[in-house]
Design a protein around this ligand. Structure first.
Ligand SMILES: Cc1cc2nc3c(=O)[nH]c(=O)nc-3n(C[C@H](O)[C@H](O)[C@H](O)COP(=O)(O)OP(=O)(O)OC[C@H]3O[C@@H](n4cnc5c(N)ncnc54)[C@H](O)[C@@H]3O)c2cc1C
Length: 631
């Protein structure tokens, strides 16, 4: 029997959940749903592009490393895959406090995709389908299935949309544009209309990527070599640190110069960004080189990081110079950079526009407010970055599964994790550009460090069912080791013995005149838990990650306690829930703007209401009085 797109054939294979998109969000969502026991079908435009890294060849970095650690602590996959496929690793910001220490690893992109695909293909309850989803099917605002480009209907009870940068994607450089997804892959041109028909508000966003240059055409002698760390720290709490001590490749640092900037300024009229050919809004915190030259015209140079895309390719990523300028200008500007004078471009730089949503249409569980059983994650929600995408995909997948389990959705709040900050910002705050995570967005960042993500979230991962008992038991043992050692340090005193005084002198620390606890010594800026080992006779050998926790919790005790008190205040407002049925127009003394914003976003709690732009503290007081009177 011949089938066409107009005819509808219902696939009788039974599925519970459909995941639309196998990018960083879709992979985490699909694995979470399948691991929680649901028959899951993962759609992608191209099976060869599973977990594709269409832009920078690295995972992690400032605040993004925190997200990867939190994904791992909850039972997600990204941390494990990058530990198996990285080619260089660095702990960033080591000269600063532990709150901003952040892991970043260069990935072998091809191997990352291959490894994640292997995990997906061997996951029980999970099937992969190369097919474009064109329609979301509903009855009475409740999910019933999806329909594909071939006209096939797949009935299911929940759907997670993770379409990334593919919806009505358009790639542009100079006057050249093509209706394709990243790397020339097919775009998804039909789903947007189906979503709009369901009343979903769409945005048009944009992002960009630099050219890829052939390694053989680069003169590295004109650049500064950037090596990885001598001792590599893994992303995943399940990875044995010994397994990641590998030979690493280098990255290279060079700079643009006034000649580069001149070339760009002289061709701004040919830039689709400045000629208005690009409609979508780009990320302020990931600017193109054109934007940098225009917006920071006082700077006579910008950093350019030359990063390998993998071990089995000569392609090098030109970090810091993403662009959509015409091809001839790209050659001129890249060849004006020291070391790139003879650059051979393998892939042009380009910008990509795509459809995504205003995420304020979502609950904090990442379920659509107006369509039951429809969830979404990743770039589709208006964020930017592999890590931001994976974090949302994991939560959206978990909550799609919990919906079918008849359980409450999981909401990680701003005091529990960067994942909580990310999702709360997306579903609460107005944003007209791709959202990128930064440490400055997290008000409780001293508590949300990348080193304690497991202590913050692995228990929750176990409750959800993604962390097995063995790993949970190891976490409880770690917690006990940390607590016992802190207790011991705080109650072990040392006197003014010569070896104690000698050690203090070695660290230029004030000599003792009487006994003191090791804890008090650790709190001295120039000392640390490791430094005191020689004078701490009873100390047993402890794992490095336990020693790190002991040191941080003792050294920053005062700051940590203060932030914990702030969190108590925060939680009080988060617990003040607002009835779903509330009619803000009824509240006389509420300002019009506040009525509009509250009615549009319908916050779940007073805490969330207080973070909506346009809702003032005075409005919150009015709301509190109103709720009190109703109660
Ligand atoms: C050119 C470019 C430049 C970028 N620059 C940056 C940057 O500078 N900084 C940064 O942080 N991030 C950047 N990114 C973004 C980064 O790639 C994304 O954040 C990340 O890949 C998002 O992951 P995701 O899972 O949401 O979507 P994606 O990785 O885009 O994956 C989407 C998946 O959905 C599938 N799909 C889409 N629609 C359908 C459909 N209808 N049916 C079936 N399958 C479908 C696709 O096949 C794909 O598998 C850039 C991306 C691109 C393309």
């Amino acid at each position: 029997m011949k089938y066409s797109a107009n005819s509808v054939w219902e696939n009788s294979d039974e599925y519970d959940i459909a995941i639309v998109g196998a990018g960083h969000a879709g992979c985490e969502a699909a694995l979470a749903c399948a691991r929680l026991g649901f028959r899951t079908l993962l759609f992608t435009i191209s099976v060869d592009s599973i977990a594709l890294m269409p832009c920078n060849p690295n995972i992690g970095g400032s605040s993004k490393g925190h997200l990867v650690r939190e994904i791992d602590a909850l039972g997600g996959e990204m941390g494990k895959v990058i530990d198996q496929t990285f080619i260089q690793s660095k702990m960033l910001n080591q000269s600063k406090g532990p709150a901003v220490h952040s892991l970043r690893a260069q990935a072998d992109k091809a191997n990352y995709t291959r490894t994640m695909r292997k995990v997906l293909e061997n996951q029980e309850n999970l099937e992969i389908r190369q097919m474009e989803v064109t329609d979301i099917l509903t009855e009475n605002s409740k999910i019933t299935g999806v329909k594909t480009y071939s006209g096939t209907v797949y009935p299911c009870r929940a759907v997670v949309l993770c379409t990334g940068t593919y919806l009505k994607a358009r790639c542009i450089y100079g006057d050249i544009s093509s209706n394709t997804g990243p790397n020339g892959l097919q775009a998804a041109n039909h789903l947007t209309d189906s979503l709009k028909a369901l009343g979903i508000k769409m945005y048009r966003f944009k992002t960009g990527t630099p050219a890829r240059i052939d390694k053989r055409s680069i003169d590295f002698d004109k650049m500064e070599e950037q090596k990885g760390d001598k001792v590599v720290v893994p992303f995943s709490f399940t990875t044995n640190p010994e397994d990641v001590q590998i030979d690493q490749v280098s990255c290279w640092l060079t700079y643009t110069n006034p000649k580069t900037h001149e070339i760009i300024k002289n061709n701004l009229d040919r830039s689709p960004l400045y000629s208005g050919k690009i409609e979508g809004t780009g990320p302020r915190y990931c600017p193109s080189i054109e934007d940098k030259v225009v917006k920071f015209s006082d700077k006579d140079r910008h950093q350019v990081f030359i990063e390998p895309e993998g071990l089995d390719t000569n392609e090098m990523y030109v970090g810091g110079m993403s662009s959509s300028l015409p091809e001839d200008v790209q050659y001129a500007m890249y060849r004006s950079v020291p070391g790139l004078e003879h650059a051979k471009i393998v892939r042009n730089a380009y910008a990509i526009e795509y459809d995504c949503i205003d995420a304020r249409q979502l609950k904090s569980t990442l379920e659509f407010k107006n369509i039951e059983g429809l969830f979404s994650g990743g770039q589709f929600n208006g964020s930017s970055g592999y890590e931001e995408a994976a974090a949302q995909g994991l939560i959206a997948g978990i909550n799609a599964a919990r919906k079918l389990q008849g359980k409450e959705g999981i909401i990680i709040d701003r005091s529990q994790g960067y994942i909580g900050v990310l999702i709360d910002d997306l579903v609460t705050k107005e944003s007209h550009e791709p959202y990128r995570m930064m440490t400055s967005r997290a008000e409780y960042r001293l508590l949300l460090r990348q080193d304690n993500a497991d202590l913050r979230l692995t228990k929750l991962g176990h409750e959800i069912g993604l962390i097995d008992d063995a790993r949970y038991k190891r976490l409880l043992e770690k917690e006990k080791l940390i607590a016992d050692e802190i207790e011991r340090e705080e109650h072990t005193n040392v006197g003014t013995a010569k070896e104690v005084q000698d050690l203090l002198e070695r660290y230029h620390s004030t000599p003792l005149t009487s006994g003191i606890s090791l804890g008090d010594l650790i709190r001295r800026p120039e000392l640390s838990y490791d430094a005191l080992a020689p004078i701490d006779k009873e100390r047993k050998e402890l794992p490095a990650d336990v020693a790190e926790q002991v040191n941080i919790n003792i050294k920053y005790e005062g700051y940590i306690k203060r932030q914990e008190r702030q969190v108590e205040q925060f939680k009080k407002l988060e617990k003040k829930m607002i009835p779903e049925s509330i009619d803000y127009n009824e509240i006389q003394s509420l300002r019009i703007e506040a009525k509009q914003k509250l009615s549009q976003i319908r916050p779940a709690s007073i805490g969330q209401a207080s973070r909506i732009s346009g809702v003032s503290p005075a409005d919150i007081s009015v709301l509190l009085v109103y709720l009190e009177s109703r109660r």
